[in-house]
Design a protein around this ligand. Structure first.
Ligand code: HEM
Ligand code: HEM
Length: 185
């Protein structure tokens, strides 16, 4: 029989779903953003990148609202102070980037040259932001810098998760996975 006890040692299903849906979309967009010049132009990846980016923005705003109203599971008591600080800082930086990075991309294409259509996977048009040419240029510069910063932070985040799982052999990764179960409460 399943236990009715609420588990406080793993992330909730909602948090896990938000994490992995957004993580896959971000990995796709980082890959497309960084390598779009080397991909065949016939693949027309940038319309996908833009639609995916706007989807990430909407999902991340919903995720932030979720996070501010739900408490994540506590870290193990023995976690050193510097690890707690590093995890907290990098997690909030990731939340911020999943919102600010797509906004800078949206600003960039809203008054860019040449003007290009913006739609959601070809299904309906997405409105442009009312920004000046200068603000669009700022969005372009910020998108490139923050895009590289996010790629670096995601690499560190993945290395940290693997360090916990493979070297420290604790439950940090497993408690964010939908399939692998922790021992029953
Ligand atoms: C979280 C979502 C997003 C991520 C992770 C992301 C990431 C990136 C990265 C890493 C680049 C390459 C930057 C460089 O040249 O070094 C890029 C380029 C680009 N992104 Fe995004 N992006 C996102 C959302 C968006 C959105 C919402 C739009 C527009 C609606 C957009 C439009 C573009 C365009 C047009 C480029 C090409 C810029 C150029 O080649 O000059 N991106 N993106
Ligand atoms: C690529 C985009 C990704 C983004 C934007 C992202 C973002 C985040 C954020 C914001 C949190 C904090 C959740 C919270 O406590 O509020 C988190 C936790 C976590 N992420 Fe990611 N993540 C990404 C990819 C990954 C990948 C690929 C892995 C695994 C290899 C991973 C493993 C984890 C784990 C294990 C935690 C829980 C850490 C803990 O318990 O303290 N993430 N992630």
């Amino acid at each position: 029989m399943r236990s009715a006890v609420v588990r406080t040692d793993r992330y909730s299903r909602g948090a896990i779903a938000f994490h992995w849906i957004i993580a896959l979309a971000v990995l796709f967009n980082l890959g497309v953003g960084l390598f779009h010049d080397s991909l065949p132009s016939a693949w027309r990846v940038m319309p996908l990148h833009k639609a995916m980016g706007i989807t990430i923005l909407v999902l991340s705003l919903a995720r932030l609202a979720w996070r501010l109203t739900h408490t994540p599971p506590p870290l193990p008591v023995a976690t050193p102070h510097w690890v707690r600080a590093a995890a907290k800082t990098s997690h909030w930086a990731l939340y911020a980037l999943t919102i600010i990075l797509p906004i800078t991309g949206w600003m960039m294409v809203s008054n860019g040259t040449p003007p290009r259509p913006l739609d959601w996977f070809g299904l309906f048009p997405i409105p442009f932001l009312p920004v000046s040419r200068a603000a669009s240029g700022f969005g372009h510069d910020a998108h490139e810098i923050l895009g590289l910063a996010m790629a670096g932070l995601v690499v560190l985040h993945i290395l940290a998760a693997l360090r916990h799982h493979l070297l420290l052999r604790d439950s940090t990764l497993v408690r964010m996975l939908p399939i692998l179960r922790l021992p029953s409460a």
